[in-house]
Design a protein around this ligand. Sequence first.
Ligand code: AMP
Ligand code: MG
Length: 336
Amino acid sequence: MKKIRALLISALFLVSALILSGCSSEARESFFAMNTFMNFTVCGETPEAALEKTRETVTELEGLWSVTDSGSDIYRINHSAGQPVTIDERTAALISFALDMAEKTEGTLNPAIYPVLKAWGFTTGENRIPSPEELSALLPLTDYEQVQLSGCMVTLPEGMMLDFGAVAKGYTGDILTEQLKADGVSSALLDIGGNIQAVGTRPDGECWRIGLRDPFSDGILGTLQISDLAVVTSGNYERYFIGEDGNNYGHIIDPESGYPADNGLMSVTIIGKSGAYCDALSTALFVMGYDRAVRYWSEARDFEMIIVCADGSVALTEGAEKLFISEGEYEITVLK
Ligand code: AMP
Ligand code: MG
């Protein structure tokens, strides 16, 4: 463990600025979709057409996966009163992926957590603290093992509801990346509400550089130099409310208790090839807490991670250290 200086409470991140593009010909677009801000940069000979297509795809996927739009697949599933619902194959693939990740992460990622999120008001912004009785009555409705998926048909027991807020952005990043590559784009940077997906390198062959936000301030704690990688961060400081009791309540729920995860972590950043995988893991490992997250990584070893603890210290895997240029002064542990 290398102690650089305990002075700065600032630890790391949450992805924010991209910066330093250097495209020969580039098209950029910023817009609001899927309840978040998106910033896309596409480089190449004729980047506008490819960029427009990515935006169309986002609109299409949003139409399938919105929890509030009454025509969406997810809305129809959540209002199906126990009846089977026929869904688009992309929705079926998303559900299948999320259920698989729920299994792998022992339910710390739980795509059926929506009834509990609703009780906390995270779905409407009208936040409140549910009573312990209310939460224990809702927890049986979050048993993701009861979701039946067969081809493009899904059936949920009455009262259960799905929400893919923890994986849909990453999943969208993978779909857009594939689409851009199929359209011959070899250089692009997608910021999907803080989920970063780098397609190739910058046009000059250099890595894309992205800033990682300090969860204790608006500053940047360091820079990651990446190509063909996704970087996804989860943290309860991103969306939270202050309850009548004066405590902070964050939007990432520990499915075991029904309460916001509160285990000494500020943020978990996952770096890997697939945006969907990184997105699922960032949420799950945030719920797991430090020891369990480190154990999970040592067993899986197919992703890199950076964890910022509430005491301001930072732990990062060896692979992440190679990509990271630190700009702050904080206690760092390299995980091997
Ligand atoms: P992320 O920012 O990717 O960590 O996703 C957080 C979002 O996923 C929240 O705003 C909720 O919509 C939803 N969510 C909260 N807790 C969980 C959980 N344990 N498993 C799955 N989704 C969750
Ligand atoms: Mg996530």
